[in-house]
Design a protein around this ligand. Structure first.
Ligand SMILES: NC(=O)C1=CN([C@@H]2O[C@H](COP(=O)(O)OP(=O)(O)OC[C@H]3O[C@@H](n4cnc5c(N)ncnc54)[C@H](O)[C@@H]3O)[C@@H](O)[C@H]2O)C=CC1
Ligand SMILES: CC(=O)C(=O)O
Ligand SMILES: [Mg+2]
Length: 490
């Protein structure tokens, strides 16, 4: 907690990625709970083997998309461990009340399946109903023992991430961090990029945004940004349709248009109409799209390191924005779409830059600094989890997530944003998290979702002032303060 800036890159991205890649060789003792396909029918009794009586926070993965490193099977447990370390440091969740979980349904990583040291099931991943039955059983088991626990889904491949979110979010206290946490952070960053141009927030509705990557993270960001723009435009059905025109979506097959034969249902609303293509064709490359669109924002959630190459970045010089924004959000560092240095060098000193993994600031000469912001869901997930926990929210609603994003955006001062600093320093993450949690709790109360926590019942919560809410959040954050074992001599 005292040295979070130095330690976050170790317990979290990028080092946690390296740990996951080598986990079977590094393993000494389990630091989380493993539920495997072979445990079907046994998960409820298994849950009672977890040594802590109370669990507040679970982070669960099936290891199928670990950062931008692909399917790492059970070795992905490093991610829940690292995310929960941040829950302790940033949100003040008691470290005895966190539970990292790996659901082992096999792996499609052939190399791991053939590695005699691999710790997980050496079989291809379960699919379809069989897969769902494992996740259902796990969810039922943990909520039976700990009805108030918050479950954060992390690093599931997109194919399942959206389905599982839809399956549980209406009845359980759960969220998907890659879809929902990332979206909030990205929207806060996009609003920061508008402010950095000296424009009013309503000008967000005029921004041209190219998103590279149509997975859980990219589509989550697009949905959330579309919602924010549609609200500016009036919030009608027509404004939602209008808002989609701001976006250009590129996946591994290039620009996504309505001409695409097999288009993902989640990506479909963002497919460009043939009459609004600016002369581009279905499948156009990143460079072609940037050249034709001259976007205000180029945002990467593709997992492909270096895809914002010199050619692409030099084309961003033609951006119609006074402060073009380059968000290279993929993790870990090697998978970032470009480095901070490359972005400032090839686009120019006036850009706003953010990346998923940390880069150091760039010296621009003449005493000027190019700020390398870290645009990572770590700014939001601890506050979303904490705010949901201490309000006793029944579910985690869109309104609560939006309140979290707005709180993060408002955290930055105008002078900072003008300098291109759009996210706060990691060293203030505990304070940010406290405010985000209070915003989440305020919204949960407003929506009638707060069921109370510890000595506070819903009626008392409904009467709390902003100050009371902040105090309630703070009081429920754990601090590592221990009583002295030996009393000092008189
Ligand atoms: N900064 C942050 O807070 C977060 C960053 N991420 C990062 O985002 C990345 C993607 O995550 P997901 O969306 O869950 O993964 P995913 O695997 O579901 O999606 C990747 C997307 O990139 C596209 N893609 C792949 N190769 C491409 C290429 N050569 N050109 C253009 N598009 C290409 C794919 O078609 C797919 O749509 C990962 O590296 C992850 O670490 C994810 C969540 C949060
Ligand atoms: C940051 C994060 O959640 C990811 O890269 O998947
Ligand atoms: Mg993740």
């Amino acid at each position: 907690m005292d040295n979070i800036k130095q330690f976050a890159p170790i317990v979290y991205t990028p080092t946690v990625g390296l740990v996951c890649q080598n986990y079977s060789g590094l393993f000494r003792r389990p630091r989380g709970m493993y539920f495997s396909a072979a445990d079907r029918g046994e998960m409820l009794p298994m849950v009672y083997n977890w040594p802590a009586d109370e669990v507040d926070m679970i982070v669960v993965t099936d290891g199928s998309r670990i950062l931008g490193l692909g399917d790492l099977g059970v070795q992905g447990i490093g991610i829940p461990i690292g995310k929960l370390d941040l829950y302790v440091a940033a949100a003040g969740i008691n470290p005895q009340r966190v539970m990292p979980v790996m659901i082992d349904v096999g792996t499609n990583n052939k190399e791991l399946r053939e590695n005699p040291l691999y710790l997980g099931l050496q079989q291809p991943r379960l699919e379809g109903e069989e897969y769902l039955s494992v996740i259902d059983e796990f969810m039922e088991a943990v909520y039976t023992r700990w009805p108030n626990v918050i479950v954060q889904f992390e690093d599931f491949q997109s194919k399942w991430a959206f389905k599982l979110l839809e399956r549980y979010r209406h009845t359980c206290r759960m969220f998907n961090d890659d879809i929902q946490g990332t979206a909030g952070v990205a929207v806060a960053g996009l609003l920061g990029a508008v402010r950095a141009q000296g424009l009013p927030m309503s000008d967000f509705a005029k921004q041209k945004i190219v998103v590279v990557g149509a997975g859980s993270a990219g589509i989550g960001v697009l949905n959330s940004a579309r919602q924010a723009i549609a609200r500016i435009l009036g919030g009608t059905d027509a404004s939602y349709r209008e808002a989609t025109k701001n976006f250009w979506l590129i996946d591994k097959m290039g620009l996504v248009t309505k001409e695409r034969v097999h288009i993902d249902a989640d990506a479909e609303p963002f497919a460009r109409d043939p009459e609004a293509l600016h002369g581009l064709k279905e499948g156009a490359s990143v460079a072609e799209v940037v050249e034709a669109v001259k976007p205000d924002v180029l945002l990467g959630l593709s997992g492909v390191g270096g895809i914002f190459n010199q050619e692409v970045l030099e084309m961003m010089r033609q951006s119609t924005s006074a402060r073009p924004a380059i968000f290279a959000m993929s993790n870990p560092t090697k998978n970032a779409e470009c480095t901070a240095e490359q972005a400032f060098k090839h686009v120019g000193p006036h850009i706003v830059f953010a990346s998923g993994s940390p880069f150091t600031d760039v010296e621009l000469g003449g005493g000027k600094i190019g700020h390398a912001n870290q645009g990572n869901n770590m700014y939001l997930f601890p506050g979303i989890g904490l705010g949901s926990l201490v309000s006793g929210a029944q579910i985690i609603s869109d309104g609560m997530l939006q309140a979290a994003a707005e709180c993060l955006a408002a955290y930055m001062k105008d002078e900072e944003v003008e300098e291109g600093i759009i996210f706060p320093s990691i060293s203030s993450i505990r304070d940010i998290t406290k405010h985000v949690a209070a915003a989440v709790m305020t919204e949960a109360i407003k929506e009638g979702l707060a069921e109370g926590y510890r000595d506070k019942d819903p009626k008392e919560m409904a009467e709390m002032s902003q100050e009371d809410i902040l105090k309630h959040v703070e009081l429920n954050m754990w601090h590592p303060k221990y009583s002295a074992l030996v009393s000092s001599p008189r």
